[in-house]
Design a protein around this ligand. Structure first.
Ligand code: DOR
Length: 442
């Protein structure tokens, strides 16, 4: 079947593309692009979304989508997602997590290894791949654990797991506290050319911390985790990346100084990339004032100064990627008292709209947003996706940047209803998500 997406604003920084035109898809691949007009000024296509006639009658083998007034971009790649299967299917499954992903415009997810059993050997990797092929709605790329059982003591079988299809390695949820083990992991990453995604947290400083350390944690009577716990480990990992020539990616950057440390390392030519998540550029620690466990996340929400620095880091390219760190938890678990509740935010269904806020405020261009949510993750992971180039997999999202929606976790597809954005009205939603040429309409 052929698909023609007409009259949309095509955005693809991988080929310097920003203009109104048509995109054709054939046999699951991008088959052609034809631009109508010069790039638009002011961030949005001229035509109003209300003009959009979404589907036009078509011959049997041709489906036409009229994307007038909408943005057509590469399907998003989320390189930091917890799908929870195997082992924690009460929180999420590969099926529900990938469905939530496509609802959010995400066509590729990388799933973290903190499952049960941990994805620290090829048979778990194989299980995830098989399940994803049978039940998944989008591409699933497994991330293997750096250490066996994510215990930080003994390296996992990085070579075998790379051959089995692990695209990156991380002990996410836990740091690798032992510097020698991290050194070895980075050596392997250099040898196999796979990134190490560092959960940067010095446990000796952060242990017991359930929110950001500062005046507010004191006021609330909660144990704080200092920003330095993150910064020290980012610095250590940069030093080790220099020593080894390893491929280092810093996960969920949340503090001002972390951004500065990464910026400085990049200036010196270290092979390093970094990500942040929508909650770190949208919320401050104030969100936990009412002891809302949905705002409990690790690393914790920080201060307004940190939020500003994260946005600056996104703008100037210090932070390459926006991920969700989609961390679904069961309602009952999040209903425990603040100290006891697990950390994490269910992010797949709100990430695009929260990121589009940065575009609306003028902090990022739409092209930069696509870079951070599709093109750069593809580059870091070494996949051919994240582009609208002819011949690439037809992973595409058609977004109505003006469509408003109320965040109602009860209507999330994800099993994880744990969002601090409940009741917010957000703007910008996928209307069509296309995965390898298969169309989902919202
Ligand atoms: O808040 C978090 N939740 N941070 C992590 O690093 C792990 C994640 C989870 O697995 O729930």
């Amino acid at each position: 079947m052929k698909l023609l997406i007409k009259n949309g604003r095509l955005i693809d920084p991988s080929q310097g593309l920003d203009g109104v035109g048509d995109l054709t898809i054939e046999d699951g691949k991008i088959a052609g692009i034809a631009l109508h007009a010069a790039p638009q000024r002011g961030g949005r296509a001229k035509n109003s979304p209300s003009d959009a006639r979404r589907e036009v009658s078509s011959p049997d083998d041709l489906r036409i989508i009229d994307a007038r007034g909408m943005v057509v971009m590469p399907g998003l790649i989320d390189m930091h997602v917890h799908l929870r299967e195997p082992g924690y299917e009460h929180k999420e499954t590969i099926r529900t997590g990938t469905m939530a992903a496509i609802r959010g415009g995400v066509t590729t997810v990388c799933c973290m290894p903190n499952t049960f059993p941990v994805n620290d050997n090829a048979s778990v990797t194989e299980f995830i791949k098989r399940k994803a092929a049978e039940e998944g709605f989008c591409t699933v790329l497994p991330i293997g654990a750096i250490t066996k059982g994510q215990k930080g003591e003994e390296l996992a079988e990085i070579g075998t797991m790379t051959k089995e299809g692990c695209i990156a390695f991380s002990d996410d949820g836990n740091p690798v506290m032992n510097s020698l083990i991290m050194r070895r992991a980075l050596e392997y990453s250099q040898a196999f050319n796979v990134p190490i995604l560092s959960h940067s947290e010095d446990l000796s400083l952060s242990r017991g911390g359930v929110m950001n350390e500062g005046l507010l944690s004191l006021t609330l009577g909660l144990t704080g985790s200092p920003a330095e716990a993150e910064q020290i480990m980012i610095f250590r990992d940069i030093v080790l990346a220099e020593l080894t020539g390893g491929v280092l990616h810093i996960a969920h950057v949340s503090t001002e100084r972390s951004v500065e440390i990464v910026r400085h390392a990049k200036e010196r030519g270290v092979r390093i990339t970094a990500e942040t998540c929508p909650h770190y550029f949208t919320l401050t620690e104030e969100a936990v004032r009412g002891y809302d466990t949905n705002a409990k996340v690790n690393p914790p929400l920080r201060t307004a100064r940190d939020v500003e620095a994260i946005i600056r880091g996104l703008r100037d390219g210090t932070i390459d990627v926006i991920t969700t760190d989609h961390a679904p938890h069961h309602k009952d678990e999040k209903m425990r008292e603040f100290d006891e509740a697990p950390s994490g935010i269910s992010g797949l269904e709100t990430a695009l709209a929260l990121s589009l806020k940065l575009v609306e405020k003028g902090d990022l261009t739409l092209g930069q947003l696509v870079e951070k949510m599709a093109q750069n993750p593809a580059r870091i992971l070494g996949t051919e996706k994240g582009t609208l180039r002819v011949g690439a997999d037809a992973d595409v999202v058609v977004v109505d940047t003006a469509r408003e929606f109320l965040v109602d976790p009860d209507s999330f597809i994800s099993k994880g209803k744990n969002t601090p954005f409940r009741g917010w009205t957000l703007k910008g939603a996928p209307v069509f998500t296309i995965v390898g040429g298969v169309v989902y309409e919202w």
